[in-house]
Design a protein. Structure first.
Length: 168
């Protein structure tokens, strides 16, 4: 295959992927009236299981409660974002919440909650170290949102040795 043909194929494939992803995000937004959809909650809980390994409670029930509380805080964050940022987050969550978008952008075949945390971590690493800037940006957004939402709760501070705000 000639280099020119390969470049054309890559350009056409990228365009089709972008259009398909945009169409999926428009059909199934990640936020509805500023709140996470069920697919959005599953995305953040699945990503949280992978990113927060070692800081989550060991007990399965307590871990589920911690992840659900983190998803609630992401939901609160989303409701308080400016409309244009909500729209961007909705597109990202909608795309990653769909099986086609999850496979294309993250390279993860299983659902966020069905995949093992190690599989999700590998998919996130693929995004993090990708040569495509859009994949890197999606990773950074997920990482920052999950970390910020989880560690904004006082009960999580002791795990990382943070004593809390100091009196001045």
């Amino acid at each position: 295959m000639q280099r020119r043909t390969l470049l054309k194929l890559g350009l056409v494939s990228g365009t089709v992927l972008a259009l398909a992803g945009g169409a999926v995000a428009l059909l199934q937004p990640g936020l509805v009236q500023g709140r996470l959809t069920e697919a959005g909650r599953a995305l953040f809980m699945g990503v949280g299981r992978a990113i927060l390994q070692g800081t989550l409670p060991q007990d399965a029930v307590a871990q589920q409660q911690a992840l659900a509380a983190m998803a609630d805080r992401v939901d609160t964050l989303a409701q308080n974002l400016p409309p244009h940022v909500q729209a961007e987050l909705s597109q990202l969550v909608g795309l990653l919440g769909s099986s086609a978008g999850r496979l294309a952008l993250a390279g993860l075949a299983s659902g966020w909650l069905e995949a093992a945390p190690a599989e999700v971590a590998a998919a996130l690493d693929g995004m993090r170290y990708s040569r495509l800037q859009v994949r890197q940006q999606a990773y950074q957004a997920l990482h920052e949102i999950v970390g910020g939402a989880y560690f904004s709760d006082e009960s999580t501070w002791a795990v990382v040795g943070y004593p809390g705000p100091q009196d001045i």
